[in-house]
Design a protein around this ligand. Structure first.
Ligand code: IPM
Ligand code: MN
Length: 368
């Protein structure tokens, strides 16, 4: 039996290239810890991952004036996955005249890698349930996924000012092709979960939402096993904090998804724990949702768990290594349970970014 298992494992040994884009602020620190966990997985399972560091965000503006250099896009396209930290720097935030901003690098990489589906899982951590500002009985057991469209809508539609400069507009443009593509992704995910898909829109007011709903109604016939339902975004935003356990997979457009996922993050008790995946046409990108948090940069205080859980998503969603992903997730839960936590979630002694990362990597290495 032992021999057979060993054989199966060796067949599944993987050789993969990962583009590592740490970015700005706490990005480099948390990504270094995520990489430690991936290296621990390589060791215990015999995979070979090659890490190619690339530049982006404020770091790239400083180096070459462009927050998303062509070279970075090319290397990412050729890689099997991208491990991403965060972009953003106060140097540019506080300057309304800045012509280039790190965030443009983020939008550029989304568009150029066609990272159209942003998957943000929302679940609770047993050791942190009491940290959520929402009552325990409401959040305990909540487990859903928001599928946010990431390359369309107001973020990328026609925008500008009128000639007199006294009015401005952003166009919420969506094509049937884009809507079908993201809905297909959400339906496929629903089939792997509890087979309940909620389409969140504002079809009582917006023409773009009516196209979403029309498209979903048509596609729902191709997925008879999945129960499709619809909700207006204002109502959904209320339900996320009142009845989060009702949800399984929620799919929505770019702007609504941006807002709803920040709101949903309060369910977990800490933004420092939330990973995400952006599924693309060429490759997929994995990133913590917490951002660059510049005030904490270089202080060894940032929570690396969201980045480490993003590495777990990379293993599962990017490489199909479900068991390895579970090993990483279990190690994070063990660190939480053992009180090896950074100051944002510490109870008693707070540990540094590196110490938490080392602990988690050690737990992984000890896994049989
Ligand atoms: C996110 C962020 C970005 C977004 C910003 C930084 C452009 O808030 O990833 O959710 O709005 O998409
Ligand atoms: Mn956001």
């Amino acid at each position: 039996m032992q021999k057979i298992i060993l054989k199966i494992n060796s067949i599944h040994k993987m050789n993969k290239q990962i583009a590592v884009l740490p970015g700005d602020g706490i990005g480099p620190e948390v990504i270094a810890e995520a990489q430690k966990s991936l290296q621990a997985i390589e060791k215990i399972r015999g995979h070979k991952f090659t890490y190619v560091p690339v530049l982006g965000g404020a770091a790239a503006i400083d180096a070459c004036g462009n927050p998303m250099p062509d070279e970075t896009v090319d290397i990412c396209k050729q890689s099997d996955a991208v491990l991403f930290g965060a972009f953003g720097s106060p140097k540019y935030d506080n300057d309304p005249n800045a012509k280039v901003r790190p965030e443009q690098g983020l939008l550029a990489i989304r568009k150029r890698l066609e990272l159209f589906a942003n998957i943000r899982p929302i679940y609770t951590f047993p050791a942190l349930i009491h940290k959520s500002p929402i009552k325990k009985e409401i959040v305990d057991g909540a487990d859903f996924v928001v599928v946010r469209e990431l390359t369309g809508g107001m973020y990328f539609g026609m925008k500008g000012r009128t000639e007199d400069g006294k009015s401005a507009f952003d166009t919420n443009l969506y094509s049937v092709y884009e809507i079908e593509r993201i809905l297909k992704c959400a339906y496929e995910l629903s089939l792997k979960r509890r087979k309940k898909l909620l389409v969140v829109d504002k079809a009582n007011v917006l023409a773009s939402s009516r196209l979403w709903r029309e498209t979903a109604q048509r596609m729902s016939k191709d997925y008879p096993e999945v129960e499709t339902s619809y909700m207006f975004v204002d109502n959904a935003s209320m339900r996320i904090v009142t009845t989060p356990k009702d949800f399984d997979v929620m799919v929505t457009e770019n702007t609504f998804g941006d807002i709803l996922t920040d709101e949903a993050s309060v369910i977990t008790g800490s933004m420092g724990l939330m990973p995400s995946a952006s599924i693309g046409v060429y490759t997929s990108l994995f990133e913590p949702i917490h951002g660059s948090y510049p005030q904490a940069a270089g202080k060894n205080i940032a929570n690396p768990m969201a980045a480490i859980l993003s590495a777990a998503m990379l293993l599962e969603t990017g490489f199909g290594l479900k068991e390895e992903a579970q090993i990483v997730t279990d190690a994070v839960n063990k660190a939480l349970a053992d009180g090896i936590r950074t100051e944002d979630i510490a109870e008693g002694k707070a540990y540094g970014t590196k110490e938490v990362g080392d602990y988690i990597a050690k737990v992984i290495l000890e896994t049989k």
